[in-house]
Design a protein around this ligand. Structure first.
Ligand code: B1M
Length: 215
């Protein structure tokens, strides 16, 4: 069902067409497609494709930038609906979240942020390119239960380890749990750096956050 819609969504990202992507996102909601389904079955495959083409040298940085812009436009339309669907009232816990220093990939991190808050977590989203110490300072300030660290580059994954170390230095562990994620991140890596959880995708991040807090 909705295959044609999903294909059009995928193509709007490949074409780097923010307006079209945003129209298709609105259309998806009109058709009763769940926002997360539109993201996972429609728009993300476009980004996966463009990422692969970039890796092969078939497309260039401007194409990657435009694909990212198109994705952001689609998510901007779908996000309020995702928030609305999170009906929970009780705050399950506080999460400080960000993408590590040197890394400006924001789309996956923002999805994690949206789903966590839609699921009842209070999220303090620090954005991208976040210095190591900032994670620890914010965690202390808001008395976070969890710190979530996203990294999309093999070169910036190391920053996740530095965040775990900074939380240790600040005496915030093991009370404050750490969840890591991002395309190059694996469960093995999470274990190796002493993180408490690894989220393969945004839904998994929510499940891990819940289980770490026994909610
Ligand atoms: Co960049 N980029 N990029 N990029 N980019 C990748 C990551 C890359 C894999 C492309 C490739 O070569 N095939 C490659 C990294 C290679 C590597 O190191 N392994 C790469 C590169 C090389 C670069 C630059 C270095 C390119 C250059 O300048 N020469 C540069 C680096 C800039 C920097 O950060 N310093 C760069 C720049 C960019 C843009 C700015 C143009 C743009 C980002 C725009 C933006 O975010 N506003 C961009 C994009 C769009 C991509 C790809 C195509 C898509 C990333 C994305 O948004 N995916 C990406 C290729 C790919 O991943 N297939 C690529 C969709 C998103 C929903 O998925 O972010 O994986 P993802 O998040 C998922 C999960 O990973 C997980 O849940 C999310 C939702 O399901 N998750 C978590 C993420 N964080 C989590 C945290 C958690 C738990 C789960 O807990 C806390």
């Amino acid at each position: 069902m909705h295959e044609e819609q999903f294909n059009a969504m995928r193509q709007s990202i490949v074409d780097g067409a923010p307006e079209h992507a945003s129209e298709l996102a609105s259309k998806a909601l009109e058709l009763g497609i769940a926002p997360l389904e539109a993201i996972n079955k429609g728009f993300v495959p476009g980004l996966t494709h463009i990422g692969e083409q970039f890796r092969l040298g078939e497309v260039f940085l401007p194409d990657l930038v435009m694909a990212g812009e198109a994705m952001k436009a689609a998510v901007a339309v779908l996000e309020p609906e995702m928030q609305k669907r999170g009906t929970q009232r009780e705050i399950l816990g506080k999460v400080v979240l960000g993408t590590v220093k040197g890394d400006i990939h924001e789309i996956g991190k923002t999805l994690v942020s949206t789903l966590l808050s839609a699921s009842g977590f209070q999220v303090f989203d620090l954005g991208v390119d976040v210095p190591v110490e900032r994670f620890a300072e914010k965690a202390r300030e808001v008395q976070a239960d969890i710190v979530g660290v996203s990294a999309l580059l093999t070169t910036t994954m190391q920053g996740q380890k530095s965040v775990v170390e900074a939380l240790d230095r600040h005496g915030l562990r093991p009370k404050v749990k750490v969840i890591v994620g991002g395309a190059p991140v694996t469960r093995d890596w999470a274990e190796k750096i002493g993180a408490d959880g690894y989220g393969q995708d945004a839904m998994a991040a929510v499940a891990i956050a819940r289980s770490l807090l026994h909610k």
